[in-house]
Design a protein around this ligand. Structure first.
Ligand SMILES: Cc1ncc(COP(=O)(O)O)c(C=O)c1O
Length: 386
């Protein structure tokens, strides 16, 4: 045997290597996965092989994360995606077909709504927006061909809460699939399956990964939809790279501790904002002043660090820019759920009547900085506004 071939063939793959047990799981990277025998390969060809047959067959780090999420959520099957939006899109595709009508909550993540209007519509799937605080009145929007309802509670810009159990009770009677984006609450503060939801979605990009360095998303299916979803995921040959799975799994380990801090700091900042004379409304589901606070109290186990407020005055772009650009700790950027506090400002546009229509919503993602420093930062920023 050639010397180079001999040296390299010894290094890897090793048939009888003794594994080292590290606390964190190894990062599996691979396209080809080796079979131990030709018989196993033939079984894979017949879809009878129990092991992992290829890189898109979900390598071990991915499976480990999916199992942890499935168990945290109390679902039947969880699958990981390369972003939250990919998770939303795939869930919608798995449970719709040409001729269907779907209902989409008007406060759902914008790109998800856009996918319904611009992509599903191309395949003759009609989409109707329903009010963000919809409950049993969802009945009014249901047609004979309605097959799916997409919810997000609370919405991640305006924080309206839907009456999830009232909606899922009606949907089950009519054999309609309910899909809930539960990113805000994480699996720790909301248990969608206990409320009758069929499909729970998380943007893992946010609190679960926690460091703003991962894009990932999950779909977890309950009993009623598990097999259909599992088969669809396999058909699409979707997978998530090992590093992202590793980081997502690592994030899960500290989620509860981080989330408690986000929650506590956000409540402190929100409480302080309520005392500020230039603020009109602090929009935070855990505050008694929130319109659906009673629903949050009934269905949720806690609150996270994302909330919003409105000013009494309709400030110009220049005035808002002076406030936002003067902040030191709150940085300007999309996404949320990381250690860095973030701020965004946007005018609300809705297809259905909204209590915030036309208003500028200032959204804060409260990070893990010292809370008193965050308050001081905003207090300094407000001096730019009169
Ligand atoms: C509520 C919600 N769901 C889904 C997504 C999409 O997640 P990702 O950024 O991982 O695609 C976002 C992103 O901001 C979001 O806010």
């Amino acid at each position: 045997m050639n010397r180079k071939t001999r040296i390299l063939s010894k290094s890897w793959p090793q048939r009888d290597a003794t594994p080292a047990t590290t606390i964190n799981p190894p990062v599996y990277k691979g396209s080809t996965v080796l079979f131990n025998s030709y018989e196993d390969m033939l079984k894979a060809g017949r879809h009878e092989y129990e092991g992992i047959s290829y890189g898109t067959d979900r390598l071990p780090t991915q499976r480990q994360f999916e199992e942890a999420m499935r168990d945290l959520e109390g679902g039947e099957v969880c699958r990981l995606f390369q972003s939250g939006i990919a998770a939303i899109q795939t869930a919608l595709m798995a449970f719709t077909q040409s001729g269907d009508h779907i209902l989409v909550c008007d406060n759902a993540y914008g790109p998800g709504q856009r996918f319904c209007r611009k992509v599903l519509q191309k395949y003759n799937i009609e989409c109707t927006a329903v009010p963000p605080n919809v409950g049993a009145d969802i009945d009014r929007y249901i047609r004979p061909n309605t097959t799916l309802i997409l919810l997000e509670s609370p919405g991640s810009l305006t924080f309206e809460i839907q009456d999830i159990p009232a909606i899922t009770a009606i949907a089950r009677q009519k054999n309609i699939v309910t899909v809930l984006d539960a990113t805000w609450a994480t699996p720790l503060y909301l248990q969608p399956f206990a409320l009758g939801v069929d499909i729970s979605i998380h943007s893992v990009t946010k609190y679960i990964s926690g460091y703003s360095d991962v894009l990932a998303g999950t779909v977890t299916a309950g009993e009623r939809c598990a097999r259909t979803f599992e088969n669809f995921y396999k058909l699409m040959e979707i997978y998530t790279p090992g590093e992202e799975c590793y980081l997502a799994l690592r994030g899960l380990q500290s989620l509860a501790t981080r989330l408690r801090q986000h929650e506590q700091s956000a409540l402190t900042v929100a409480g302080w904002l309520e005392t500020m004379p230039l603020i009109d409304e602090v929009i935070h589901p855990a505050l008694p002043s929130h319109a659906e606070h009673h629903l949050w109290k009934r269905d949720f186990r806690g609150s996270s660090g994302l909330f919003a407020f409105t000013f009494k005055k309709d400030y110009s772009h220049t005035e808002l820019a002076a406030f936002i650009d003067s902040l030191d700790l709150f940085r300007l950027g999309y996404s949320w759920g990381g250690y860095q506090s973030l701020i965004t400002a946007a005018k609300v546009m809705r297809a259905t009547p909204s209590r915030y229509a036309g208003k500028t919503i200032i959204r804060l993602s409260i990070g893990l900085e010292e809370c008193s420093d965050l308050v001081s930062d905003l207090e300094n920023g407000f001096t730019m506004l009169t």
